[in-house]
Design a protein around this ligand. Structure first.
Ligand code: 7PJ
Length: 259
């Protein structure tokens, strides 16, 4: 499945400023639906390395009108990219059917709210916090350490009353990882299959792609991002979170033709 990214932030890493207006955001979302998106992921807080936190009320003002409008005007499943329980609750009331949390429901009250809302939850691994995570990420074995994290968070979810079949796992490319960590995770992605849960991969336009391409700027990372998505799917990813929906859909269609 393709998850199309819709950032409603003035400072997002790769499409900053483009989607700040609700009407524009809806146009972009509809475009992604036409291009083949299966889910739209709506976020109002930039989590790029070094990004500053956004207040709860600002985040609500950014994402809730877009979720309401998209829910009213399309049938597309909507995911909300947030770590704040207040935003989760309002987003689901507005029509979101999935919570995508880069903090894996670690905020105070997030587990309880997610359990009460009874929607799918994506638990992403991050080492540190967005402001500092790229300073000196260290692991024993990166894949094993992330698997330990998943085990603990799955246990916490089940303890809070979240059904195991609502959980999606994501190793969190670029979130407290060096290039080598990211490559190791991509190469060994299939090892996360051991949980028997759906896996999500988000590599789109990230710095690992830019770095491998000689510090290519964000606009020049489309082919690299699509290639990364294809490798992730071949290694067991069920959902890819992408900005370039049309290009990713084409590549996955060709992959599907031979598999
Ligand atoms: C991810 C995300 C990711 C999940 C972002 C960016 C940074 N959510 N939100 N996985 N990345 N689940 O798109 O570059 O990799 S924001």
């Amino acid at each position: 499945m393709i998850m199309g990214v819709l950032n409603i932030t003035p400072d997002s890493f790769s499409d900053g400023g483009q989607h700040f207006d609700t009407a524009d955001a809806i146009i972009s979302a509809k475009q992604m639906i036409i291009q083949g998106a299966d889910i739209i992921d709506i976020g109002g807080e930039s989590t790029r390395p070094g990004a500053q936190a956004v207040s709860t009320s600002d985040e609500i003002d950014r994402v809730i009108p877009v979720i309401e409008a998209l829910y009213r005007s399309t049938d597309i499943p909507i995911s909300v990219d947030t770590s704040k329980p207040e935003v989760m609750e309002l987003a689901v009331k507005a029509g979101a059917s999935m919570i995508n949390d880069v903090c894996a429901l670690s905020a105070d009250g997030a587990l309880e709210v997610a359990a009460m809302l009874n929607v799918d939850v994506c638990l992403m691994h991050m080492q540190g916090s967005p402001r500092t995570m790229q300073q000196d990420p260290t692991y024993g074995d990166v894949v094993d350490d992330i698997k330990d994290f998943f085990s603990k968070r799955i246990e916490a979810c089940i303890g809070a009353g979240i059904a195991e079949d609502k959980i999606i796992l994501d190793p969190g490319f670029g979130f407290g990882k060096t290039l080598n960590h990211n490559l190791e995770i991509l190469k060994r992605f299939d090892e996360f299959r051991s949980f028997g849960l759906p896996l999500l991969a988000g590599l789109s336009r990230k710095s690992m792609i830019g770095t491998l391409l000689d510090d290519r700027n964000v606009d020049g990372r489309v082919v690299g991002s699509v290639t990364g998505a294809i490798i992730a799917v071949q290694n067991g990813a069920d959902i890819v979170r992408v900005h370039d929906v049309l290009e990713t859909k084409d590549a996955l269609t060709i992959l599907g033709g031979v598999s």
